[in-house]
Structures are given as structure tokens and as C-alpha cells.
Design a protein around this ligand. Sequence first.
Ligand code: 5GP
Length: 134
Amino acid sequence: MATIFSKIVAGEIPSYKVAEDDKFYAFLDINPLVKGHTLVVPKKEVDYIYDLSDEELAAMHVFAKHVALAIQKAFPCRKVGEAVIGLEVPHAHIHLIPIQNESDMLFSNPKLKLSDEEFKSIAERIHNAWEGKA
Ligand code: 5GP
């Protein structure tokens, strides 16, 4: 059965897309730790990120790098932190989280509750930066 992230990639489940190419898809985490918290997934369905080939893993990180730079442009921060956990959704994904402090990346922190308009506006800002428009 397709994972929830494959359904998102296929457009069967809505998402706040920020970037896409032929192999990877980036969208806002629905339970963000901070504004701009983004997930990067391979379109190929693989559970464990380290089951990707060396080439796929490298390409995923290059894609994630450009998304991270767009996040930082849209949401000025000290750095964009990266985390791979993957225990909840069995489809490899990288969390990209704009941080001012180390504690911004604690997954035990309460998650933000954002409106549809807020999610759309955040996604648009990052997408524009990713396209070089911002
Ligand atoms: P992990 O597997 O890395 O522990 O956590 C999965 C992440 O995916 C969580 O941060 C969760 O909020 C996010 N997530 C789970 N389901 C959905 C969904 O349907 N849409 C979006 N945008 N994010 C999701």
C-alpha cells in the first residue's frame, strides 16, 4: 500500500508544496516545530533513508540543500537544522527546520497550530525563494 507521502507526491492527498523536481518533493510538515519546518522526500518509495543508493542519497541532500537555502532566505534564521527520524511515516524523509537555538529542534516541543492561510503563505514564500524570485 502506498505511503501517505507517496499519496502526497501523487497529489492524492493535499500538501503545501515548496519545491519539486523529477526525483524529490518538498512540502511543509503539517505539525511544524517552527514556521518553515519542511519535509523532503524521494518520489521513489523507500522506508529507511539508508536503503537509498549512494547516488540517490547524495542527490536527495543536494536537493535538500537548495530547499534549506530557500527556507533561510524566506525565514531568516541562524541555521537550518536537518533531522532524519522516520519512525512515524515509513517513507524516507529529511526534516529541514529553521533554528535560532538548538532547542528549536526538540521534537518533544509543542507543535504550532497554523491556519490554512498561514501554511499557504509560508509555502509560497519558500517556493518563491527556491525559484529565485525572492
Ligand atoms: P517522523 O517519521 O520523522 O518521526 O515524523 C513524520 C513527520 O511527518 C511528522 O513531523 C509529521 O507531522 C509529518 N506528517 C505526518 N503525516 C503528514 C501529512 O499527512 N502531511 C504532512 N504535511 N506532514 C505529515
